[in-house]
Ligand binder design. Structure first.
Ligand code: S3P
Length: 448
């Protein structure tokens, strides 16, 4: 198991660097390319382990893939061309792989078994199984003691017996979840009738944008999306896509640049989708000097340069729709809060308890280890920011969660000595070159 050693940062962070391709968009591109007609070209840089899980799953189900430098050529088999895998499909640490794939597998005439690592095996799956069952799918999982109705992986999905077809559905999701919405929309490609999903606030809309760009009849009104199965041709065209850079990875670099005096950091080609860019809005509210202006569009996704220069930050309240638009960035926002003047309150973020780790509890523990005063609440955190004195150098465990590990490493830049972040291998799920990129900007972070 790898650890990171982080030295206090005494000089500005400077440079223009790339980040890995957007993890959410890459999952969708690989999945849709596999069920499209013919060969798609997907350009991805520095793909992490989570996306590799989706790629391996689609190959196990019959698609072909060749990889040359950054370009993946995916041979799609068409909507009806997937075949049974020879064994269980391993989704690794990736909730998105398991939940989105479940939507496609729900409609197949063969059975599939989805497994994952220890963290993924603890994550709730009833949220996708129940609505998929409502439209006629067979999905079984492990029952969870003390949580009636909840199931976890391994998931056994299908077969959908001939002549059954998935039925229309109108689903009111109690939580904003792009994984739930996407599982339903993907199953909707195979359904007889329409798929309507409404959410309390809009979650990331990459699936809708990509389906729309591929000619699937998808309509949106506020936080309601519908796919008209009756008007769909039953065929997805092959496509070419250069996946934008991942704002969720760039957020760690922007956060560090905001906090280190004199810093100027740019990240090229970052996804600027407004349903994802809550982080930019939140740190701007805190007083950050950050810009993300769309320059081009890739398969419906705006892309731009993210520029951050140092600024003094102040505490704010982060809640409601802003949380839905920055759900994966809440750990690094909590880290920023520790270096802002005054109190930051994060609320409406109860979903963080069922991510790769319990991110509320883990971030509270990490912040405390660095000497920060923090109150843990059921649905968030209250962080007392004290930017005028160094943090206490800490020795913390990431609990195997990539975003906790990178947030802790950023905190280490402001400590009064060398900090150690333990158990950071999971960083490879989303940002394999995190430490190297931070070093390129002038930080002293190394694997030990
Ligand atoms: C994702 C959706 C979000 C997010 C996850 C990626 C996606 O999860 O936290 O990292 O690509 O659809 P939820 O759908 O559980 O909110």
């Amino acid at each position: 198991m790898t650890d990171l050693a982080v030295e206090p940062q005494h000089k500005p962070l400077k440079g223009i660097v790339p980040v890995p391709s957007d993890k959410s968009i890459t999952h969708r591109a690989l999945l849709l390319a596999a069920i499209a007609e013919g060969e798609s070209a997907v350009v991805v840089s520095s793909m992490g382990d989570d996306n590799r899980s989706t790629l391996a799953a689609m190959v196990a189900l019959g698609a072909t893939a060749t990889e040359r430098e950054n370009e993946l050529r995916i041979g799609g088999v068409g909507l009806e061309g997937l075949r049974a895998a020879s064994g269980a499909i391993d989704c690794g640490n990736s909730g998105t792989t398991m939940r989105l794939l479940a939507g496609v597998l729900a409609a197949q005439r063969f059975q599939a078994v989805l497994v994952g690592d220890a963290s993924l095996t603890k994550r709730p799956m009833a949220r996708i199984a129940n609505p998929l069952r409502q439209r006629g799918a067979r999905i079984e999982g492990e029952l969870v003691r003390n949580k009636p109705g909840e199931i976890t992986a391994p998931l056994v999905i299908g077969p959908l017996p001939v002549p059954n077809v998935l039925s229309a559905i109108s689903f009111d999701s109690p939580i904003p979840s792009a994984q739930v919405k996407s599982a339903l929309l993907l199953s909707g490609l195979y359904a007889d009738g329409s798929t309507v999903v409404s959410e309390p606030v809009v979650s990331r809309d990459h699936t809708e944008r990509m389906l729309d760009a591929l000619g699937v009849p998808v309509q949106r009104a506020g936080s309601i999306v519908s796919l008209d199965g009756g008007a769909f041709s039953g065929k997805l065209p092959a496509f070419s896509l250069t996946v934008p850079g991942d704002l969720s990875a760039a957020a760690f670099l922007a956060a560090a640049a905001s906090l280190v005096p004199g810093s100027e950091v740019g990240v090229r080609g970052v996804g600027a989708n407004p349903t994802r860019s809550g982080f930019v809005d939140a740190i701007r509210m805190m007083g950050a000097n950050v810009e993300l202006s769309p320059e081009t569009v890739q398969l419906g996704e705006p892309v731009g340069l993210l520029r951050t220069t140092h600024a003094e930050l102040r505490g704010v309240t982060i809640a409601g729709e802003l949380v839905a638009r920055s759900i994966d960035e809440i750990p690094i926002l909590a880290a920023l809060a520790a270096r802002a003047h005054g109190v930051t309150t994060i609320a409406d973020a109860g979903e963080l308890r069922v991510k790769e780790s319990d991110r509320i509890a883990c971030m509270a523990a990490v912040l405390r280890a660095f000497g920060v005063e923090v109150e843990e609440r059921r649905d968030g955190l209250v962080v007392e920011g004290k930017p005028d004195r160094p943090l206490t150098a800490a020795d913390v465990d990431s609990e195997g969660d990539h975003r906790i590990a990178m947030s802790a490493a950023v905190l280490g830049l402001f400590a009064n000595g060398t900090s150690r972040v333990r158990n950071v291998d999971a960083i490879a799920t989303s940002f394999p070159r995190f430490a190297g990129t931070m070093r390129a900007l002038g930080a002293n972070i190394r694997a030990v």
